[in-house]
Design a protein around this ligand. Structure first.
Ligand SMILES: *[C@@H]1O[C@H](CO)[C@@H](O)[C@H](O)[C@H]1NC(C)=O
Ligand SMILES: *[C@@H]1O[C@H](CO)[C@@H](O)[C@H](O)[C@H]1NC(C)=O
Ligand SMILES: *[C@@H]1O[C@H](CO)[C@@H](O)[C@H](O)[C@H]1NC(C)=O
Length: 360
């Protein structure tokens, strides 16, 4: 996580069909959004997508969102739709996440698109993870619920923000994962909350909380493996190794990562050590175990594992994508094409949003 200038979350329909992707040669990267120079540095950051296959309408449409640093006050420019804060008067600024419901949850039918994000005022005094829903494939949005309220949006131990929501379905419920600095025993820890109706959320449950107060595990993403195990990847800042080394755990339930082994540092067989803002996905391509793919801020390439996450099974694979903070890994319907969507670097001054295909 980071703290920078305010931004709003901007949602864009990138491509009408995945089949169109190949015709625009995204193997070397395509521009999704190039902001004008009037934008506030870093202009864009932290991109996310959702692929819409669930209910037969809008088949294979990709929606993309990112932190959008337009000139203040937040604008209403609408290439497709904006996810506007209608509750706090602060704007939806940081860390967007898109998710399509795979089954009905409460009053929301399968195919509903959720957008979670961090609502933060211009002076950064508060953080609020809120969930919005779209019943028409991202064209319009309605507020659904507040999930977690935190303090000042600064990544300093002792401050009390919440950050970086990630949503998945488990056992006919929706789980939201996020980074939490509110516990006085932990500079930052990873937690989740569960809901059956998207309106009310259960207790805050730890996923990764190290004994050392200074430790800052952050930026949960999770993938389901074919052996029924779940892999959680996160950055482990202030780790004994130093830096924000990418770390992962495996568990048979995505609700019990805190009881799983304390975490494995990800190291490639050729020695590369990924650091900062990882993102994980799994694809059935690549043999009996399929392939786990992990991106990190430190590398243009990705880290792949065809051994269900075995510690010695990580290889480094070069890509044509540029490095990006919190770059997303998405498996496309062919399952052998992996889309890397980036919003640019932390500290970048001319960031743009790009999508690049990796052919496995
Ligand atoms: C920060 O902004 C919020 C929302 O506009 C406001 O309520 C609060 O008073 C401000 N805090 C400071 C310290 O200026
Ligand atoms: C699948 O993963 C297991 C566990 O790591 C490993 O023993 C096996 O060799 C892998 N199979 C293939 C086909 O890579
Ligand atoms: C990089 O782009 C080139 C040219 O389009 C393509 O041939 C190659 O397969 C791409 N590499 C990867 C790893 O996707």
């Amino acid at each position: 996580m980071h703290s920078d200038f305010p931004a709003t979350l901007l949602l864009l329909l990138w491509s009408a069909a995945v089949s169109a992707l190949t015709s625009v040669s995204p193997y070397t990267g395509v521009s999704i959004f190039k902001p004008p120079s009037s934008y506030i540095v870093p202009r864009t950051l932290y991109a996310r997508t959702v692929l819409l296959p669930q209910d037969g309408t809008d088949q294979n449409v990709l929606l993309a969102t990112w932190e959008n640093y337009s000139p203040e006050p937040p604008l209403t420019w609408t290439p497709f739709s904006n996810v506007m804060d209608t509750q706090n008067g602060w704007g939806m600024r940081y860390q967007p996440f898109l998710y399509e419901l795979t089954e009905a949850i409460g009053a929301f039918p399968a195919g509903t698109i959720l957008c979670a994000g961090n609502s933060i005022p211009t002076n950064l005094s508060n953080t609020q993870i809120d969930v919005y829903a779209s019943l028409n494939k991202g064209r319009t949005w309605q507020f659904v619920s507040h999930v977690a309220a935190g303090g000042l949006a600064e990544p300093t131990n002792g401050d009390t923000p919440v950050w970086e929501p990630f949503i998945m379905t488990f056992n006919h419920q929706i789980v939201i994962y996020y980074s939490d600095q509110r516990d006085p025993l932990h500079g930052q820890k990873l937690v989740h909350q569960v809901t059956s109706d998207l309106r009310t959320w259960g207790a805050v449950v730890d996923d990764v909380a190290y004994d050392a107060f200074a430790a800052r595990p952050g930026m949960t993403t999770i993938a389901l493996l074919p052996n029924g195990q779940y892999i959680i990847t996160y950055e482990y800042c202030n780790s004994p190794q130093g830096g924000c080394v990418v770390t992962y755990r495996l568990a048979s339930s995505p609700l019990t990562f805190n009881a799983a082994a304390p975490g494995t540092f990800l190291v490639a067989t050729t020695g590369e050590v990924p650091t900062s803002s990882p993102n994980v996905a799994w694809t059935p391509t690549g043999g009996a175990n399929g392939t786990i793919i992990v991106s990190a801020n430190s590398h243009t390439g990705v880290f792949v594992n065809k051994a269900l996450g075995a510690a010695g099974g990580w290889t480094y694979v070069q890509t044509n994508a540029t490095r990006s903070y919190a770059r997303e890994v998405r498996v496309l319907p062919t399952t052998s094409q992996i889309m890397l969507t980036g919003g640019g670097s932390l500290g970048g001054t001319t960031n743009a949003v790009t999508g690049t295909i990796l052919q496995l």
